[in-house]
Design a protein around this ligand. Structure first.
Ligand code: AHG
Ligand code: MN
Ligand code: MN
Ligand code: MN
Length: 335
């Protein structure tokens, strides 16, 4: 990689003035996510050599068996954000409840809250397939000077001030938005710095990839079944190609670069779908919209869904605009 490329650190400083709430705090926050991402990346890369593969022995609030790397990534992100004293609260897929940060921030002066999926795609850890981290950042809504409350975390996705993900893939990338487009940075592991490798990322308006766990087909609503059949028909640019990694981050990343749609619909087994609104869907929806893509539950824009609980699940259709709209059309006609 050329040494002339801009580093993430340089990029953050240069673009600080475009933040909606111009302050150094959001920059420090993104900086600390960058740091935690490097620490987790280091461990992900050694998986197989060190004792970090396999189940941790506990179950999380989602009813999933926690993997050792789920627990490790969760600890590292929470530790880094807490130690650097820049957030007032954190909620995580791996924690039962939100965490109010007052160990360092006794007077509750910090303004930002973070929601994270510390390790996305846990089922891929043991088999050396890409995993990721997803983060979502909001300004608190309760007054500064008081401890955070659930209200601070149950904000609509449209209130996000920043969101992004790290993909630990063939190379490690950090991709994020502060509401002014989407930029991707690749880690040069020899130097330990992220470099701007994918400026102004955009979903192609049309695509030819559909990503869905077709093993659940029988349980899907009729609208989704019909859309899948449409993807498989021989007509114009179809049939489309099916690609499903099973890590939302990696499936989204590929579809953003190549053009495609990701679907995790409701089913008779999971009436609200599987993906979590606050840790997975909203941050990906913000990125998608910032990259000229689209995200909805089939009927309602994801970022307009009113959250009612921390670990809420929603159906999720996300990706290239025309593909999402086609799937929505099938959902409306559906039943
Ligand atoms: P997590 O590993 O954070 O629990 O998320 C897993 C999610 C998502 O990454 C992925 O797209 C989806 O679950 C895969 O689910 P299925 O195995 O049911 O297809
Ligand atoms: Mn999980
Ligand atoms: Mn996840
Ligand atoms: Mn996870």
């Amino acid at each position: 990689m050329s040494h002339k490329k801009q580093t993430l650190g340089e990029f953050i400083i240069e673009n600080q003035s475009s933040f909606k709430y111009s302050s150094g705090e959001l920059s420090s926050l993104i900086n600390s996510i960058r740091l935690a991402a490097k620490v987790v990346n280091h461990e992900v890369n050694k998986a197989g050599l060190v004792d970090i593969i396999g189940a941790a022995g506990d179950m999380n609030i989602q009813g999933e068996d926690q993997q050792k790397l789920d627990v490790y990534a969760n600890e590292k992100f929470i530790q880094t954000l807490t130690n650097r004293n820049i957030v007032c609260g954190i909620a995580s897929e791996e924690e039962d409840d939100f965490i109010s940060i007052n160990s360092q921030d006794e007077n509750h002066q910090n303004k930002y809250i973070v929601l994270i999926d510390p390790l996305d795609g846990s089922s891929n850890i043991d088999v050396n397939v890409s995993v990721g981290t997803i983060f979502s950042i909001y300004r608190r809504v309760t007054p500064v000077g008081t401890p955070v409350t659930l209200e601070d975390f149950l904000q609509k996705g449209s209130e996000q001030v920043a969101a992004g993900y790290v993909v630990y893939g063939t190379s490690t990338m950090l991709v994020y938005t502060t509401g002014d487009g989407v930029n991707g940075f690749t880690l040069n592991p020899a130097i330990g710095s992220f470099y701007l490798s994918h400026p102004d990322m955009q979903f192609p308006e049309n695509g030819s990839i559909y990503s869905v766990n077709e093993g659940n087909y029988i349980h899907f609503p009729q609208g989704i079944k019909n859309y899948i059949k449409y993807c498989q028909q021989e007509e114009n640019d179809r049939p489309y190609t099916s690609r499903y990694i099973g890590s939302l981050v990696s499936d989204f990343h590929r579809n953003m670069i190549k053009g495609g749609v990701y679907l995790y619909p409701q089913s008779s087994k999971n009436p609200d779908g599987k993906l979590r609104l606050l840790y997975e869907c909203n941050p990906m929806a913000f990125l998608a919209e910032q990259a000229n893509g689209k995200a909805s539950d089939g009927f309602v824009r994801t970022m307009d869904v009113e959250p009612t609980e921390l670990h809420q699940r929603v159906p999720f259709i996300c990706g290239s605009k025309n593909m999402v709209e086609k799937a929505e059309e099938f959902m409306r006609k559906g039943q």
